[in-house]
Unconditional design. Structure first.
Lengths: 443, 330
């Protein structure tokens, strides 16, 4: 069994690059100064002033910000089964364009990633197609049915990066307890989609004043938080931990904080759409405002921001969920849950949270990089000599409009279509290789 | 009250006016509502004549697209269009391409190829009319979308109340029953509050949407509260929308015992309304339904003139009376 989660990408030679004169920021390493960075042989070879180019490509970073590249713990690559919506190639290219150097793919595919055969084929595919390292999560239970454990040890040995039944909760408390016990032998994390199905029911949006007025069946916030309370109690009892996916409700943040204070080392993630939008957005009846968990009320949004600030939520996760156009071009209730997010995550959070002064840039960088890496047990991208070169060069002044034509993703079900955002990843280096490059900043 | 007039073609304003829809009561302001009710009143007068057909919308095409069963709404829209001399076509989901799995988008595109002026749509899903507006150049009228809105029902209810009381401002309306599943309730709350009436919702807690009071109404679970209202508006118990196993109520029998509108629970002279179809003996006692205080049949009559007014208003882009630039309807 491999010691660490397997992340794979195309077998290509690393690039050699010198990035000159960018503001280099790594909040975790305590770096914040203008300097040059040389990338060589897959690692950060040199940091300092006026580094010799020694024939390497030189990138002018003047006026730009160089940070450790981002890690996305929650992506739907849709393979196998829905290659019309996304592929390893398109999804990893979209991630690179968003400044990510690694992503975790969810197993709720068709077929489900619940066997070594399916997982092995995905790993092979990523070796050919992935432009950044991709880790595949496998399911906790066979077929995501919540009835029998998947063969977790064999899946881990085949390269499963972690386990989740994402898209569905593990409904049975007894089953979840067994999974937490057994997963200990794999050394991999368990991540949970929290939803009590008898409370969420056929809910289409957050239950509250907006659903009351629009007539949609409500998906109450407690449908999430009571499940989190249950699962963290099981974790505490078993002396183990979990990662809680896409937290949306204030009650959930409070539960997670409470159990963290009681000593459970659980982690949690929040998605850009939950940090920026509320259920008011559903008044448009736009199916790109439909996701699970749903957009909630302002109180919930504020609690998520507070959780991000105080560390209760240590990760931003896009929950990038591509869907075919014809499926989203339907009445709200008929349309599937989910929106894309890889290519807009940094920009929208920079625009809506950092620029207005709600959170500092350093916090956002940390929650998009170190936070998720630690939560899922991955190596943390950092800016230090000898560290693998995982870097993103950000233009914090660039304003750009989100358009369908601009997406690398095969799907365009973005909640930000038409919006103008500020902040753009110009160059992404993943383990020493340039995975995204917009070229020089236009004069 | 304005006289019914029709504009001559050579006096129409130039250019194509902005396309309008009636998707939600929220699309209207109080002036719009008052104009529509006044127009409906004019049509009401016109219909008292022996020949009930007006040439107003001659040459216009109106498509009724019904994805849910309906008697009064579909017949009322169809007759309203015919009274105004428009060409109408009614399409029901059963027996059409919808049965073969055609998407709403494709149905909208297909029907739009006939260049209709108005598409009237009823659909079981919220927002279906909004979606149709994206794929047609026609004006779209929502004839009921899921649990969301039924704006022409609310307008006809306002019209009925105005006819009965001579005013809307200050009226107190108690809406009784299954608010959770009712588009009629949502449209009516919005419309009544817009025109200055007050609304009290009465019904079982499990059928009262959490947060509904934010629309500006009072909420109570005590049926005795209806005694204070000028109008008791009874909602249909939407049995077909009760998802199996949801158990909103222990039984219909218990519902009737607790919230059924009976003569004993009404004051003499209190007016009773119901959007139909009624479940006699469930939400409304047969004696109430048949009493002289029941406005149920008046609501159906109002439906015709209000829908005429809506179609007319959308297609003529303005109020009925346009002094000097008009010609009397023959």
């Amino acid at each position: 069994m491999s010691e660490t989660p397997l992340f794979v990408r195309q077998g290509v030679a690393p690039d050699s690059v010198v990035i000159r004169g960018a503001r280099v920021v790594d909040p975790v390493e305590g770096v914040d100064q203008v300097m040059d960075v040389r990338v060589d042989g897959g690692v950060i070879a040199e940091l300092g002033e006026r580094i010799s180019a020694i024939g390497h490509r030189e990138v002018d970073g003047a006026g730009l910000t160089l940070a450790p590249a981002f890690v996305d713990p929650h992506v739907h690559l849709r393979v196998p089964g829905r290659e019309d919506e996304e592929t390893v190639a398109s999804g990893s290219a979209a991630a690179a364009a968003g400044g990510f150097c690694a992503l975790l793919a969810m197993p709720n595919t068709d077929p489900v990633v619940d066997s070594a055969a399916v997982l092995g084929a995905l790993v092979e595919q990523a070796l050919n197609d992935a432009v950044i390292p991709v880790g595949f999560m496998a399911s906790i239970t066979k077929g995501l049915r919540g009835e029998e454990l998947a063969e977790l040890a064999e899946l881990a040995a085949t390269g499963a990066a972690a386990f989740t039944d994402d898209g569905r909760p593990v409904v049975s408390a007894g089953m979840l307890r067994r999974a937490l016990q057994y997963a200990a032998v794999t050394g991999r994390r368990i991540a949970l989609h929290e939803e009590e199905p008898t409370l969420s029911g056929k809910g289409q949006m957050h239950e509250g004043a907006v659903s009351a007025e629009l007539g949609f069946t409500g998906w109450p916030s407690i449908g999430e938080s009571v499940m989190i309370a249950r699962d963290l109690a099981i974790c505490a009892y078993e002396g183990t931990t979990v990662h809680i996916q896409h937290i949306s409700a204030w009650e959930s943040v409070a539960e997670l904080r409470r159990w963290q204070e009681l000593g459970v080392a659980a982690t949690g993630e929040a998605s850009p759409h939950h940090l920026v939008l509320t259920d008011e957005a559903v008044r448009s009846l736009d199916s790109n405002m439909k996701m699970n968990p749903p957009l909630r009320a302002e109180r919930d949004r504020q609690a998520l921001i507070e959780g991000l600030k105080d560390g209760t939520l240590s990760c931003v996760a896009t929950d990038h969920a591509p869907h075919a156009r014809h499926e989203k071009e339907a009445p709200f209730e008929e349309a599937p849950f989910g929106v894309t997010g890889l290519e807009t995550a940094f920009a929208v959070l920079y625009t809506k949270l950092v620029l207005p002064g709600i959170i500092p840039l350093e916090l956002l960088l940390e929650r998009m990089c170190q936070g998720p890496a630690l939560a899922l047990g991955l190596a943390v991208p950092r800016i230090a000599v000898g560290a693998p070169a995982n870097l993103v060069l950000l233009d914090l002044e660039a304003r750009w409009q989100v358009t369908e034509a601009g997406f690398r993703s095969k799907s365009a079900n973005s909640w930000l279509l038409g919006e103008t955002l500020q902040g753009q990843p110009r160059l992404t280096i993943a383990v020493g290789r340039v995975a995204h490059d917009l070229g020089a900043v236009p004069a | 009250m304005p006289e019914l007039h029709v504009m001559r073609d050579d006096q129409r304003p130039p250019g194509k006016p902005e396309r309008r829809h009636l998707l939600s009561i929220g699309d209207l302001d109080r002036d719009d509502v008052e104009r529509l009710l006044a127009t409906a009143q004019s049509f009401g007068k016109a219909l008292e004549r022996e020949v009930k057909k007006l040439p107003t919308l001659r040459g216009r095409t109106i498509i009724n697209l019904f994805y849910e069963s309906s008697t009064r709404t579909s017949s009322s829209f169809e007759l309203a269009a015919k009274r105004l001399s428009a060409d109408t076509m009614s399409i029901k989901s059963s027996g059409s391409s919808v049965d073969k799995g055609e998407s709403l988008k494709d149905t909208a595109l297909t029907l739009s190829a006939y260049d209709p002026d108005v598409i009237v749509i009823r659909h079981p899903q919220i927002g279906a009319p909004q979606l149709v507006t994206r794929f047609t150049d026609a004006h779209v009228v929502n004839a009921g979308d899921g649990k969301h809105q039924h704006p022409t029902q609310a307008l006809l209810d306002l019209y009925t109340m105005q006819e009965e009381f001579g005013r809307l401002e200050g009226l107190h309306v108690a809406i009784v029953g299954d608010v959770l599943h009712s588009r009629v309730a949502r449209s009516n709350i919005q419309a009544l509050i817009m025109v200055g009436a007050s609304v009290t919702l009465v019904g079982p807690p499990s059928l009262m949407p959490r947060g509904i009071e934010a629309m500006g109404c009072e909420v109570t679970h005590d049926i005795a509260a209806i005694a204070h209202a000028d109008v008791v508006y009874v909602l249909r118990m939407q049995k077909e929308r009760m998802e199996a196993g949801s158990a909103f109520l222990p039984s219909l029998r218990e519902y009737t015992a607790m919230w059924g509108v009976t003569p004993e629970r009404l004051r003499p002279g209190q007016k009773v309304m119901h959007p139909g179809p009624m479940n006699r003996g469930v939400e409304i006692d047969a004696r109430v339904a048949d009493s002289s205080d029941s406005l149920v049949e008046r609501q159906v009559r109002s439906g015709l003139v209000v829908r005429m007014a809506v179609l007319y208003d959308l297609l003529t882009h303005g109020p009925v009376a346009i002094p000097s630039a008009v010609q009397e309807v023959a």
